[in-house]
Design a protein. Structure first.
Length: 409
């Protein structure tokens, strides 16, 4: 019976297990057979490669395993569990596991950077990374993150295992918790903050990812095929570069620096410039609800990343140009379609009749430029995203914005 190539051929489990046992028994029989073979038999056996068996049965081909594992490409926890079964499964699932990376805490972010940059690594995992998501959806639901205009991979992160944070970070959080408890005790029960809001802010702070500027530099140098970067709800920590050794000094680690070495601060504009140079295929940058998002940061992104098509900075309160943060910025403009005939031409004869007066005609109104989806006779025209942001910032500066003195373009 012929099957459609798109259909999945179903085989009863009992038949498959029996087939695996027969192949395994055949392999053991050939391996334990006496050595009194003829020369022809020995030559034939040496030329034919026998299948490798295991205690789980006959190993499936890589093509079938990739087809099966592809159904779980949106579940990162499932792919990680698959990689622990055996070496063959690990080799098959590694490209799927590192293609869409999702990290929700600072400790795992640090271990991911070490995996990409270690000297004695067996594989170059950076070439496999296509999307990188550091936004915690559990915290994002509290802050109202909106990804309606962004196509993101929804991974299943049902893993409840606890992780250890970096020492200085946990100390900082514990000091904040202690000071908050002392302040509430001094109020003698007159604290107006509800326990639910206090718990929400504490859990949000603990699950927030702290990203250093050096880690973004290392991502740019290793993940050159990056196309999507989500930094929503993250905090940027500026660290230094030791000029003599070329090593990075992170402010999140207890690291003793040898006296006399030169430390150079890594600014954010340099980080974005390196990302634009090393990751030419970067198309989307998401930075919703970031306390470091400003109009200058947005301008650096669109200036250094030439192929950037979407930048979502909604909820960045530090940005004073509200036009940049009220909607996702896309590299398109909408112009009126002049090819459509005017609607009043159809009623030209009727309007010239004697005594005709239409009381339903409304006076002309100004049509806003956004949202473009509501306009019936417009068509999108692709333009560089830098041109769109340049126009918005220029208008804001002409209206008297005082914090745009850096903008001279």
């Amino acid at each position: 019976m012929l099957h459609d190539p798109d259909d999945i051929v179903k085989i009863p489990r009992a038949e498959y297990v029996q087939w695996c046992r027969e192949r395994l028994d055949q392999f053991h029989y050939n391996a334990l057979s006496p050595s009194s073979h003829t020369a022809a038999d020995s030559t034939m056996s040496s030329n034919s490669r026998l299948p490798t068996g295991s205690r789980f049965g006959y190993a499936l081909p890589h093509e079938i395993l990739l087809e099966v594992f592809g159904y779980h490409k949106e579940s990162q926890s499932t792919l990680y569990a698959i990689s622990l079964v055996c070496r063959q499964w690990m080799l098959c699932v590694t490209p799927l596991l590192y293609r869409h990376v999702r990290i929700w805490d600072t400790y795992r972010w640090a271990t991911f950077i070490l995996t990409l940059t270690r000297d004695k690594r067996s594989y170059n995992y950076g070439k496999l990374v296509s999307t990188l998501n550091l936004a915690n959806d559990n915290v994002g639901a509290l802050y109202g993150l909106n990804h309606n205009h962004v196509q993101l991979m929804n991974f299943d992160t049902s893993d409840d295992t606890s992780t250890t944070t970096i020492t200085t970070l946990s100390t900082f959080l514990s000091e904040r918790r202690t000071s908050r408890d002392e302040g509430s005790s001094r109020n003698h029960g007159n604290n107006t903050t509800t326990p639910s809001s206090t718990t929400t802010s504490t859990s949000t702070r603990e699950h927030q990812v702290f990203v250093t500027t050096s880690s973004l530099m290392q991502i740019a140098n290793t993940c050159k095929g990056l196309t999507h970067l989500d930094l929503s709800l993250t905090s940027i920590v500026y660290d230094s570069l030791i000029v003599e050794t070329g090593e990075y000094l992170s402010t999140l680690q207890n690291y003793a620096v040898q006296p006399g070495l030169t430390q150079k601060l890594i600014p954010m504009d340099r980080v974005i410039e390196v990302i634009g140079e090393e990751c030419p295929n970067l198309r989307q940058v998401i930075m919703q609800r970031c306390d470091w998002g400003s109009a200058q940061i947005i301008w650096w992104w669109v200036s250094h990343c030439q192929n950037l098509a979407l930048l979502d900075a909604r909820g960045c309160n530090k940005c004073t140009v509200k036009e940049l943060v009220i909607r996702p910025l896309e590299g398109v403009i909408y112009v009126e379609d002049t090819r459509r005939p005017a609607p009043e031409e159809e009623f030209e004869d009727e309007q010239h009749q004697d005594g005709y007066f239409d009381t339903t005609v409304q006076p002309p109104r100004w049509v806003p430029a956004a949202p473009p989806a509501l306009l019936a006779h417009t068509e999108p025209v692709p333009v560089p995203l830098r041109q769109v942001v340049h126009h918005i910032i220029s208008e804001a500066k002409e209206l008297g914005a005082s914090d745009l003195s850096w903008f001279n373009a």
